[in-house]
Write a protein that binds this ligand. Structure first.
Ligand SMILES: Cc1ncc(COP(=O)(O)O)c(C=O)c1O
Length: 395
């Protein structure tokens, strides 16, 4: 009989993994939304690859290719329902979104629907594509107390010729959740392309490919995926894998025979989403670091990570209540990501300054203090944050 571990028991085991991370004991890092804490295994893999790079002739071309394909399969198994043919490697989310935008047909008057105050890498490529095609970027405005999903639905109702909906699952300002089940259902019913930026959720919340059937997914590798900067992910739906061009026309995306690249016409693209692989991202150090990070995520399991991080953000919410700071909570936040909402600018400054002088690292965005803990954090840390804020605003 196979013994199954209950997720809550597994999550309890994760409460003791802080020593797997490279940490500064004087600092409480609470901004995985900017960059994940560095796993020791990832750092060691990076160091080893850097050292091996001093003797580049020891890495054969075939071995390099095998590492690239091995990482693609690992990413697919960990993040994309095992669909290695749909995975491309790119340097950034901006690159991934620009690749997606270039594939999607847009005409004058068409609309690309995004959220207001979207992260620039999920906005700038649409602005450029709309300038090229005469289409329009329409930003969803959220009414007071309204959630993003109903605001998006309302903007969708009110906008003519919506052709693309480009949204995240979790808003990068405060961890507010969007209901991708509802959004995807409507996009499919209306034949509208769906492009997702899952940088703030993948690694904690799964990409539901079969359920959502999106067109493209972009995700940064250095946040909740714990990998290096400069290696991000682009998942491409089957319908876009057999046509279209990559942005940079790198040789690694081509199926050349014995390094022959005729002047008259390029060799065919490699199979699947490999045609969108970008140049430069497959340097052995990034491959090694990314592989080590994904192996650890796979070993822990995304559902278990989510459960442990929910315990932590719930502990923060409880501590805020206990300090009569309930107005500072973000309603409907993701399991792993929330924000402190100061009632006024004075209290925001006081909280920001006091947290900073206590070496608590959390980024201020749009008048909010993002709290995005990872597995190195525990409930006592969450209590401490609430206590520091309470002392700061009542001083
Ligand atoms: C929602 C979101 N998308 C994308 C990114 C990263 O984009 P890029 O890889 O283009 O720097 C971030 C954060 O850096 C983000 O919060």
């Amino acid at each position: 009989m196979v013994a199954t571990v209950q997720p809550h028991i597994a999550a309890a085991a994760l409460a003791r993994v802080a020593d797997r991370f490279v940490l500064d004991s004087d600092v409480l890092a609470l901004d995985c939304a900017a960059q994940g804490p560095r796993l020791r295994s990832v750092l060691e893999a990076g160091h080893a690859a850097l050292a091996a790079g001093a003797t580049p002739w020891t890495l054969s071309f075939d071995e390099w290719e095998a590492r690239i394909e091995g990482l693609r399969t690992l990413a697919a198994d960990t993040l994309f329902e095992g669909d290695a043919e749909g995975v491309a490697m790119v340097p950034s989310v901006a690159f991934a979104v620009a690749t997606a935008a270039q594939q999607l047909p847009l005409a004058p008057g068409d609309a690309v629907l995004v959220l207001d105050a979207e992260f620039p890498s999920s906005l700038l490529p649409w602005q450029q594509r709309c300038r090229q095609t005469g289409a329009r970027v329409i930003a969803t405005q959220r009414g007071h107390g309204q959630d993003w999903t109903s605001a998006l639905m309302q903007a969708w109702d009110q906008t003519a010729q919506v052709r693309v909906v480009a949204v995240p699952q979790v808003h990068w300002h405060d961890g507010a959740l969007l209901d991708l089940d509802r959004i995807a259902l409507r996009a499919r019913a209306e034949g509208i392309a769906l492009v997702l930026d899952l940088s703030q959720s993948l690694g904690v919340m799964p990409a539901e490919l079969a359920r959502w059937r999106p067109d493209f997914i972009a995700a940064a590798g250095h946040k909740w995926l714990l990998g290096p900067q400069g290696l991000a992910w682009l998942w491409v739906a089957p319908r876009w894998r057999h046509l279209g061009d990559g942005l940079d026309q790198h040789w690694q995306a081509r199926d050349a025979v014995e390094w022959r690249f005729p002047v008259q016409a390029p060799p065919p693209y490699r199979l699947g989403a490999r045609r969108f692989d970008a140049g430069g991202v497959t340097d052995p150090m990034r491959l090694a670091m990314s592989a080590a990070a994904l192996q650890q995520l796979q070993a822990w399991g995304v559902a278990v990570i989510a459960q442990r991080l929910r315990q932590l953000t719930s502990a923060l919410d409880r501590a805020l209540d206990a300090h009569r700071l309930d107005a500072w909570k973000t309603p409907g936040h993701a399991p792993h990501f929330t924000a402190l909402r100061a009632p006024d600018a004075g209290q925001l400054h006081a909280a920001t300054d006091t947290l900073r002088s206590a070496n608590v690292i959390c980024t201020r965005r749009a008048g909010l203090l993002r709290i995005a803990p990872y597995l190195h954090v525990d409930e006592a840390d969450m209590d401490r944050v609430a206590r520091i804020v309470a002392d700061a605003v009542r001083a």
